[in-house]
Design a protein around this ligand. Structure first.
Ligand code: GDP
Ligand code: MG
Length: 220
């Protein structure tokens, strides 16, 4: 398993670095998806499920964390290309760090690249990584009030995955209220309630990702 240590970028403009990386990804015909959530919402489990469900798609994963290699090991065990990036204590990935991790990944023929960002709903929302698609996960045990507490994350994301819906009977989580709160902050956000455990809802999410990949790769 390959491990890379990253430091915050020294360049002046994160937005410029992000645009550069996005253009490079586009030219390479690869879609980068920034996956953001609190720690434990189910990012690695969701990515593992997608890798298993879509054997026809070549997938690469960049795991970002402050410590440990367990997530990259989990992904590599499924046969996908993976790299572990350590963020030197930083609570997010910036565009320069993402570009360095992408280079170290040596993606080969991978066309769909996921960045599992550092687990929290605050800092990752503030930094454009250069991704073509931003996906956030909110799990049922976290509660339906999170859009009220972390509005920027919901405003910035293209899609909201509401995960662990198999646990709905055990929590006071109002699915409709959560959707309403998210849409109030971001009217165009796509919402996918799923369970990575039972597979419920996965088909719709995967179809949406595949459509985004095709659109990304289509010549303009
Ligand atoms: N019941 C249930 N548990 C899940 C689901 N997805 C993930 N988990 C569990 O949630 C915990 C954290 O998952 P993980 O993927 O490591 O979260 P991450 O920190 O966001 O990468 C693990 O114990 C998973 O088995 C799900 O859809 N349903
Ligand atoms: Mg993880």
């Amino acid at each position: 398993m390959k491990l890379i240590k990253l430091n915050a970028s020294v360049t002046a403009s994160n937005d410029r670095d992000a645009d550069e990386l996005r253009a490079k990804m586009k030219a390479d015909g690869r879609l980068l998806v920034n996956v953001m959530s609190s720690a434990g919402s189910g990012k690695t489990t969701l990515l593992s499920r997608i890798i298993r469900d879509l054997p026809q798609v070549r997938i690469g994963v960049m795991e970002a964390d402050i410590e440990s290699e367990v997530d990259a090991d989990r992904i590599e065990a499924l046969g996908a290309k993976a790299i572990q990036a350590h963020t030197s204590g930083m609570c997010h990935m910036d565009a320069g760090m993402t570009a360095a991790a992408y280079e170290a990944l040596e993606p080969g023929d991978a066309e769909l690249i996921f960045l599992e960002n550092v687990g929290n709903l605050i800092c990752p929302a503030e930094y454009d990584t250069g991704a073509g698609l931003k996906l956030m996960i909110l799990s049922v045990p976290e509660g339906d009030d999170k859009p009220l507490k972390y509005p920027l994350m919901f405003q910035e994301s293209d899609a909201l995955v509401i995960s662990k819906i198999d646990a709905l009977p055990y929590f006071d989580f109002d699915l409709e209220k959560c959707k309403e709160r998210a849409r109030k902050l971001n009217p165009s956000i796509q919402i996918f309630p799923i369970s990575a455990k039972t597979g419920e809802g996965m088909e719709a999410l995967e179809a949406w990702i595949l459509e985004a990949l095709n659109n990304w790769k289509a010549p303009e």
